[in-house]
Design a protein around this ligand. Structure first.
Ligand code: TPP
Ligand code: MG
Length: 583
């Protein structure tokens, strides 16, 4: 049997979509896959799009996706999606074609032996969980089984198979192939009675307890268990960006999102709580502020994480009780045993007050007369979307406005590549999501800068003809960069807008060139009707160019180095003190 036929059979059992970048070194594997019934081979114009669509597969279906690119330039274009997968711990399988084994550089001192040859596994080593070049045809079963296992077990992440051309063409006997036998996991599988007692005692004694819902909840598929944990203990919860869509805004115990670009109530809550239980969050500086030692400084901190290196990373955060454990096992062992918090009425009242006093979309924003305020846009969009919709956002100000202002409905998915955050992610990601899950409405929110970066995928959109909805929040500039330049560099705008050399084309004209329908919004009085029209359009894709004021700021936002409670625009000393004190 031809090796690629064996591989195609293996892949077809795992997924019915493979995202492609074509080239001389992948023609055999693509040919074999094309013979599989129900297999959809989806080429993107640029391999970056395919690599992003492959990681989106897991975000949408819970199963890892697959992308294939040719050697050299093809796989280099895929690095963006691989990095997105790695930094958000998303399982995804990447396959790169490679020159024939005899043309691999290996130990030789030259730069390259084969045409378009690159040391692919070395190149991706630092941001994949497992990367291997298949040099012996009889290892194919072992390697394929291991790729899927490594991607999904322990802390998940992307894996890569580098596949030389001659190996693709090799003959194998499927009955003689060795298989992969995984080793046992090495982390805590049972909590000691002492640790369980420690958690119970901390909950019993807390006056202002708080739970951080981290992305590990989703990665371990324990959303229901996490909600049970919250309800059983009665402890209020703050979200990270990746768990905003786990709770609707009317959830009784929800405080909101916290971090550098979040909302004030969440930040006041983490900075004043006396017990913080972090469930599957790595609490990076985007959440803690640049100086992690100022984060939840007076709280007893219990951190549950599957990855011991996150717990031990010494970034200044002091952990009082570390639990290195898979959340699935953690919830199973502790939830039933935990007490319900009592006497925290004052704490809950304060949270309700913060939420009422500091809405993200201030009523006066609605009165803006020219162009569209992004917080108003998010407020209305949240109201007009439906249950089960998938909303994908991009980078920069656009990302922050979405995460601050969009209020998910139940069963909606709201995501971006939160930790790597490349401009240009949202459009190919949304396209991938719609291809993978055509029954769901998929809504892409992108900035003009981000859309520019992967504009070429209008070609893929036009071929696929899917009713994808794309909103471009168009301020004709790199808004978030200009805000940073205003804050730190006396508003010297270098390479961040049209005057300083950054192009912002007429997207409506470009989309027309591809035969894609367009809409544009430039004032609040037309906002609701036009959003409705875009969301209900089903004949094909639609792009909506939304005019945002230049210099529109992210509000509120933490300036580098400040503690989380002290967000810009700065509150008066009295107001800040009043929010921080509990007498
Ligand atoms: C590929 C890539 N290059 C550069 C950056 C750094 N960066 C982050 S946001 C941003 C500007 C984003 O502009 P736009 O998409 O128009 O969003 P806005 O802030 O204006 O809403 C830049 C340059 C990045 N995240 N990704
Ligand atoms: Mg912009």
């Amino acid at each position: 049997m031809k090796l690629t036929d064996y591989m195609a059979g293996f892949i077809a059992e795992k997924t019915d979509h493979v995202f492609v970048g074509n080239g001389g070194c992948v023609v055999h594997i693509l040919d074999s896959l094309s013979n599989k019934e129900n297999m959809n081979l989806v080429p993107f114009v640029n391999e970056q799009g395919s690599s992003i669509a492959a990681e989106v597969h897991h975000r949408v279906t819970g199963n890892p996706g697959v992308a294939i690119a040719t050697s050299g330039p093809g796989i280099v274009n895929m690095l963006q999606g691989i990095a997105c997968a790695y930094y958000d711990s998303i399982p995804a399988i990447y396959i790169s074609g490679q020159v024939v084994t005899g043309h691999l550089k290996e130990g030789r001192k030259v730069r390259q032996v084969g045409f378009q040859e690159m040391p692919v596994t070395e190149m991706v080593d630092s941001f994949t969980k497992y990367a291997v070049c298949l040099t012996s045809a009889n290892d194919v079963r072992y390697v394929m089984e291991r790729l899927w296992w490594e991607a999904q077990n322990g802390r998940p992440g992307p894996v890569l198979l580098d596949l030389p051309d001659d190996i693709q063409r090799a003959e194998i006997n499927p009955d003689e192939l060795r298989s992969f036998i995984p080793s046992e996991e090495g982390i805590d599988t049972v909590l000691s009675a002492e640790v369980v007692e420690g958690i119970k005692k901390a909950i019993r004694e807390a006056k202002r307890p708080l739970i951080v819902a981290g992305s590990g909840i989703k990665l371990s598929g324990t959303e229901e268990e996490a909600v049970q944990f919250i309800e059983k203990t009665g402890i209020p919860v703050v979200t990270t960006w990746s768990t905003i869509d786990m709770f609707t805004s009317d959830t009784e115990l929800l405080v909101g999102n916290f971090g550098v670009s979040a909302n004030r109530p969440g930040n006041f809550a983490v900075q004043t709580c006396d017990l913080l239980i972090s469930l599957g969050s790595r609490l990076d500086t985007h959440m803690t502020g640049a100086n992690a030692s100022t984060f939840a400084a007076s709280a007893y901190k219990i951190i549950v994480d599957i990855d011991s290196s996150e717990i031990e990373k010494e970034n200044g955060l002091v952990t009082d009780l570390a639990v290195n454990m898979d959340l699935r096992k953690f919830f199973k062992q502790v939830t039933d045993e935990l007490p319900t918090v009592e006497h925290i009425g004052g704490w809950r009242k304060r949270i309700v007050e913060w939420r009422r006093k500091y809405p993200i979309c201030a009523p006066e924003y609605y009165r803006q007369e020219s162009k569209v305020n992004p917080y108003v846009f998010m407020d209305l969009l949240s109201k007009l979307t439906k249950q089960d919709d998938i909303i994908i956002t991009d980078a920069g100000g656009t990302l922050t406005w979405t995460m601050q202002g969009y209020e998910p409905k139940s069963k909606q998915k709201l995501f971006s590549a939160f930790n790597h955050s490349p401009m240009g992610y949202a459009f190919p990601a949304a396209l991938g999501a719609k291809i993978i899950d055509p029954k769901s409405e998929v809504i892409c929110i992108t900035g003009d800068g981000g859309f520019n970066m992967n504009l070429q995928e209008l070609g893929t959109l036009e071929i696929q003809k899917l009713p994808l909805k794309i909103f471009i929040l168009n301020n004709k500039e790199y808004g978030i960069i200009k805000q940073t330049q205003s804050t730190w560099l006396d508003s010297r705008y270098v390479c961040s807008d049209r005057e300083s050399g950054v192009s912002s084309p007429d997207f409506v004209k470009i989309a027309k060139g591809y035969g894609i329908k367009c809409e544009s919004i430039s004032r609040h009085d037309e906002l609701e009707d036009k959003i409705k029209a875009v969301l209900s359009y089903q004949e094909g894709p639609i792009i909506c160019d939304v005019a945002i004021l230049e210099n529109q700021e992210i509000l509120p936002k933490l300036s580098f180095g400040r503690p989380l409670e002290d967000m810009y625009p700065h509150l008066s000393k009295e107001e800040l003190e009043q929010n921080m004190s509990f007498k």
